[in-house]
Design a protein around this ligand. Structure first.
Ligand SMILES: Nc1ncnc2c1ncn2[C@@H]1O[C@H](COP(=O)(O)OP(=O)(O)OP(=O)(O)O)[C@@H](O)[C@H]1O
Length: 465
């Protein structure tokens, strides 16, 4: 049996460390959160079965935390504790779905008894949740392929959050389907008759992003030849999807925070602000938690955005979906490319099921598209697979051959040069075709185009770093 995973939420570090040390000693895997808001984040990131929470905490207190947790992850068992409890609070806690309530100071052995009971209860409860997955609108989620347990709970979560109008933060590796999930949330929400507007914050040059988001008035900067509305206004009454939010620069983070707080924005060069009614869904493949610690991302904005956190699992953690994805894409590309490939032989299926998929579903989809086009008909066998899949190696780039010079060097410019060279090689290989080059690099086509713009790279011209 897997080691049970438990999260302890308490703003008092001493108590938190004390309870954590005891439960770790007893063999549980323990995580810590410093208040209810932080706990909501960590629940998703650490995939726990139980939360032990203090009641008196700043920002989101224990009772509010349990209510929110139950609305998104009802199968997680919670034990609450507090120094001052009265009958009314205990009743409220149990009504909110807490499994047990303990009064401080409590005995650690007593806590462990309730932890054991709670975890037994959790196993039974999660079985019952699994046996009746209540996904009402599977048809609307049709373009998200998956039947693994992780995907089924994702579908349930999408349905629950869609109607809530809260801000959502989707985290996950590149190619796991963050944009697809954002669209599904919009499609299932009351805003679905209005626009879903997507902005890739990493792809738009920093100096243009502000006017792209908030719009500008004529003459406010060189090139502002006419007044233009921004993406926020385009998404009015609908949904704005802010992709790659981790790349947003500090000055714009402040402006975005202001819009989220006041629900109004100021176009570049305008003297008056405008009201907007927009639901924000943000996404990133970076570790925002760590970026907050290293002060690259504002903590206040992080909490504003992550009211409902969703973490998409990488494909290697849901092997059960790989065959389904391979077959679904095979069907899709047979249809759209007018080919008649019959399927994958067992050896190919086994290799692809055990492959790591560093580029996740995007990589799988691109591979199937290429295989279908090239093969045309018949069954796909080992010799049809590109070398890297046959050898089981996930990256053809031999980074281990790179050595750091004695006196060090500038990492940023080296990385930039490395990226530029690979982009130009991909364009070379595809004869300048950007869609194909993006596929070779496992990037979205639009991301590649914006990267080229940002870097001022032109295919066909000699690149000098
Ligand atoms: N579960 C899925 N079912 C079907 N297609 C999927 C699934 N997940 C991802 N895809 C496909 O994979 C590709 C990448 O998905 P998407 O752009 O949503 O990923 P992402 O996580 O936003 O990537 P990035 O971080 O690079 O922007 C798209 O073509 C999408 O349709």
């Amino acid at each position: 049996m897997e080691t049970p995973r438990i999260l302890i939420a308490d703003d008092d570090k001493k108590t938190r460390d004390f309870v954590a040390a005891f439960l770790s000693y007893k063999g549980y895997q323990v995580f810590q959160a410093f208040d209810g808001q932080d706990a909501l984040q960590k629940v998703e990131l650490s995939d726990v079965q139980m939360v032990i929470t203090d009641i008196m905490m700043p920002r989101v207190n224990g009772l509010e935390f349990i209510k929110q947790l139950k609305s998104i992850r009802p199968e997680i068992v919670t034990i609450a504790y507090s120094a001052f409890a009265n009958h009314e609070m205990t009743a409220n806690l149990l009504k909110a779905g807490a499994f047990f309530y303990l009064e401080k100071p409590f005995n650690l052995e007593e806590l462990e008894t309730h932890v054991k009971r709670g975890l037994e209860h959790q196993v039974l409860q999660s079985k019952s949740f699994r046996s009746k997955p209540c996904i009402k609108n599977r048809a609307l989620l049709n373009n998200i392929i998956g039947e693994s347990e992780k995907m089924l709970s994702l579908f349930e979560l999408i349905e629950k959050v869609a109607s809530s109008d809260s801000t959502v933060l989707i985290q996950g590796e590149s190619g796991t389907g963050k944009e697809l999930v954002a669209r599904a949330i919009h499609d299932l929400s009351n805003r679905n008759s209005k626009n879903f507007v997507a902005v890739n914050c990493a792809a738009i040059p920093d100096e243009l992003l502000e006017s792209e988001l908030f719009g500008h008035v004529k003459g406010s900067f060189t090139g502002a030849v006419a007044t233009r509305i921004g993406r926020f206004e385009m998404a009015d009454k609908g949904t704005l999807f802010l992709d790659e939010i981790g790349d947003m620069k500090a000055n714009l983070q402040v402006k975005l925070l202001r819009v989220l707080q006041n629900r109004e924005l100021e176009p570049v060069g305008a003297t008056r602000s405008k009201k907007v009614d927009v639901r924000i869904i943000a996404a990133t493949n970076q570790n925002l938690d760590q970026m907050v610690v290293s002060k690259q991302f504002r903590e206040d904005l992080y909490y504003r955005l992550s009211v409902i956190p969703i973490v998409l699992p990488p494909l290697r953690e849901r092997e059960a979906d790989i065959a389904l994805l391979l077959n679904s894409f095979l069907e899709k590309f047979n249809r759209s490319k007018q080919r008649k490939v019959q399927g994958f032989d067992k050896q190919v299926m086994d290799i692809l099921t055990n492959y790591e998929w560093p580029g996740n579903v995007r990589e799988l989809e691109n591979l199937v598209e290429r295989l279908v086009i090239i093969k045309g008909s018949g069954t796909l066998t080992l010799s049809d697979l590109p070398e890297k899949y046959r050898g089981g190696k996930s990256s053809p780039v031999r980074t281990e051959q790179v050595t750091l010079p004695e006196d060090g060097f500038c990492l940023n410019s080296a990385v930039e040069e490395f990226e530029n060279r690979l982009i130009l090689q991909a364009l070379e290989k595809s004869g300048g075709n950007k869609k194909e080059a993006a596929e070779l690099l496992n990037l979205k086509r639009t991301t590649l185009i914006e990267k080229l713009k940002k870097k001022k790279l032109v295919y066909g011209e000699q690149f000098s770093p």
